[in-house]
Design a protein around this ligand. Sequence first.
Ligand SMILES: Nc1nc2c(ncn2[C@@H]2O[C@H](COP(=O)(O)OP(=O)(O)O)[C@@H](O)[C@H]2O)c(=O)[nH]1
Ligand SMILES: Nc1ncnc2c1ncn2[C@@H]1O[C@H](COP(=O)(O)OP(=O)(O)O)[C@@H](O)[C@H]1O
Length: 206
Amino acid sequence: MYKERGILIVLSGPSGVGKGTVRKELFSTPETNYEYSISMTTRKAREGEVDGVDYFFKSKEEFEQLIEQGRLLEYANYVGNYYGTPLDYVNDTLDAGRDVFLEIEVQGARLVREKAPDALFIFLAPPSLSELESRLVGRGTETDDVIQARIAAAREELAMMDLYDYVVENDQVERACDKINAIVTAEHCKRERVEQRYKAMLKGDL
Ligand SMILES: Nc1nc2c(ncn2[C@@H]2O[C@H](COP(=O)(O)OP(=O)(O)O)[C@@H](O)[C@H]2O)c(=O)[nH]1
Ligand SMILES: Nc1ncnc2c1ncn2[C@@H]1O[C@H](COP(=O)(O)OP(=O)(O)O)[C@@H](O)[C@H]1O
């Protein structure tokens, strides 16, 4: 019997918009049926972050070896550090029929679009630029220099939202999560109908 491949869900958007917060909220409920792909990074672990849970923390040399070996679906150099998605994990999980959820910055999302055009692209947008700045400052995890660099990057990142399948405003975390779940559910309905029932019907199997 035809087994549907999982959907690759890409959540992206500027730093500080709330991607991590929304992702954690999504994965804190048992109804969420996606697998989170833990990224590799050369960034230092923040207090409380655990290797293999929040990220796989790698040295620059280790990361560059992963790039050379072609073991990343995509990677980006973001504000001085590498971040990348493990290719085998994503492919194996999708092949097993499970949806995979990536939470990545916009350069990486653009590369995924080239490599996996059938992925589902969702842009998380802030209610306003000033709200984005106050979220970045309020989080208090970066130095002023890094915050300024991220705000500068955010202005360019916001210009990319047109390239996405959906834009979800992160005004309230729960509301954003509900919208993301609704989008994924709708995408399943669409793909199931086309891939399974419709094709089988045309072949006369139904
Ligand atoms: N391209 C790419 N970006 C990633 C990956 N993992 C995380 N990121 C993004 O890298 C950026 C910086 O992440 P991080 O240092 O954890 O800071 P924070 O997300 O702003 O808390 C964020 O926009 C993440 O979404 C990845 O595997 N690939
Ligand atoms: N909907 C929201 N309303 C208010 N504050 C939010 C909301 N979503 C996230 N935040 C706050 O904004 C800050 C940045 O969120 P975070 O998830 O770290 O962003 P990102 O992963 O996109 O860089 C955090 O302090 C977080 O608590």
